[in-house]
Design a protein around this ligand. Sequence first.
Ligand code: BGC
Length: 660
Amino acid sequence: MKYDVKMLTLDEKLKLLTGVDYWRTYSADGKIGEVVMSDGPCGLRKVRDGKTEASACMPSPSVVANSWSKEAAFLDGKTIADECVEKDVDVILAPGTNIKRTPLCGRNFEYLSEDPYLAGVLAREFINGAQSKGVGTSLKHYCCNNREFERFNQNSEVDERTLREIYLPAFEEAVKAEPWTVMCSYNLINGIYASENKYLIDDVLRGEFGFNGVVVSDWGAVHNQFRRVRAGLDLEMPYSDGAYNDLKDAYERGYITEEQIDRSVKRILELIEKKESAVKSVEYSAEERHANAVAIAKEGIVLLKNDDDILPLKGGKILVSGEYARAPQICGGGSARNTTAYVQTGLDKLISEKLGAEAEVSYLFSRTRTQGISDSLNKTYVAAYDSDTVVICVGNDYTVESEDFDRQGIRLSKTAEDFILNTAAINKNVVVVLYAGSAIDVSEWVESVKAVVFAGFAGEGVNEALSSVLTGETVPSGKLSESFPTGIEETYTGLEHGNGFAERYSDGIFVGYRYYEHLRLPVEFPFGHGLSYAKFTYSDLKIKKTGETEYEVSYNVTNESDFAAKEVSQVYVKDVFSSVLRPKKELKGFSKDEIGAHETKNITVKLDYRSFAYYNVSLKKWYVENGAFEVLVGASSADIRLSERITVELAEDTQYSTGY
Ligand code: BGC
């Protein structure tokens, strides 16, 4: 090791435990190096001398998750890190992998999924991608920060099994990629702040998940210096005035020992060494980063509905309307919001370019974000009447979906809904494009329109990606990483958010599709749903046992169409009989594959112990109960195409007696 704790005086060590300003660590007057951190998950937000520098706005993590593509997540991390290298940033404050417990959470656009398996795998790949560039990551926000309301004070009251099965696994999986840092969240978990939570930091994250990097506080999440050091939180960010005095005082009173201080100092020194020994090079030009943003957005756009195969657009008179067509919402608000220098070309122009002489594409500005009828809407109705197809671009902006507050509801503005309904009343070929960071309640108008495309907050490449998907140059392949409920009232939490200080996670393990399936509630668009212009059939499910609880699940997916396309196939596991209450099924594997026209691809997905286990609170460990399990392979959580029953038989002495 180049640096040793012995190189520093006690005072220097105490100072090292807190940042020196908003983004940098303390360098002890140049004795040691410093680490520069910056946000965030949608692209670099580098602040220099109080000014935010422009950088590539990548698709939001929610769009990356809708791609269900490990390669896309890797490329996303790599592209953002590449810009970090160029702009002298050592650690990117991403990815965020909190579970989407409610679609109201203002930061859902920054997070990956309602499903811990999908969220974990994609966070892991983002980290692998970023760190392949020699740039560290900060896996955040650990943990149970599942909404923004009262995020600094709110106590998430979560039972152990729920914690283990829903809220921790994404972190557990992502930690396998060895992120340089993990960021604790603001909230309390079961009465103890995340920043002081020894159980979650030292025992679980380090002890059980094997994390050996630096645990950093979310910005301003430290409430007490000695409690956080004792808990294993190494680095407080940003600089805070009283931190050094409080730490010194705590040391002198014997509340913390030098050994405890050294533990954290050593980890911060290791982080500095990692940064210094990293091999870094800028690989992409601004144009190439933009091209990566477009490529990822193409993978993440989801075709939700496509009656009469109205899409891809076939030509004729096409009216594109809604202000987002020209000024798309590419990112949500808060610390993840980055500014890009990229100047958008209107969606209408790009569609026109791609369709050429076959189409006459026009655009009319129509304001749909605010309430009230504007003159421009009426003009649009007149034009819509005279068009073959109308593409309506509507959704939320960064003032609606942002860090620091939650959404008030999940419907579009009344103006937007009325606009869709009125247009659909005069033109039967309406295509709605949605821009949002999380689920939208489409129930008011979805039956009236032919097609719905969920763009999400797809970054600066959104119009290129959308025009490509809408015209059929790209076959859509995104699938929902969160369920779209029929209304906010149909979600477990509805419009409630605890009592202001505490929120009991009484939905337990029934989050997202696990909840709707458990209660047999219909949803508008299920988890894993996404249409294609191609048609895929599934066949020949074979399950090969390769170990005690290891299986290879293989199946064929055939592309029945005349063109190549990608399909996300999903593998769920259902415990047929269980001594504890379990979800109807859980995602345990998936694969995204490009399949040529009329070709068949044989796909293999591996299952292991954890695919069958539940967290047994009495045993304090994951436990597989012998018996029948169903392996379900499908195109979405609600579209299971193949299934087979297997029997897991572990040695008798590993099992407990059951009542069935
Ligand atoms: C956010 C973090 C972010 C940090 C630095 C906090 O308010 O919760 O996600 O990385 O600020 O901007």
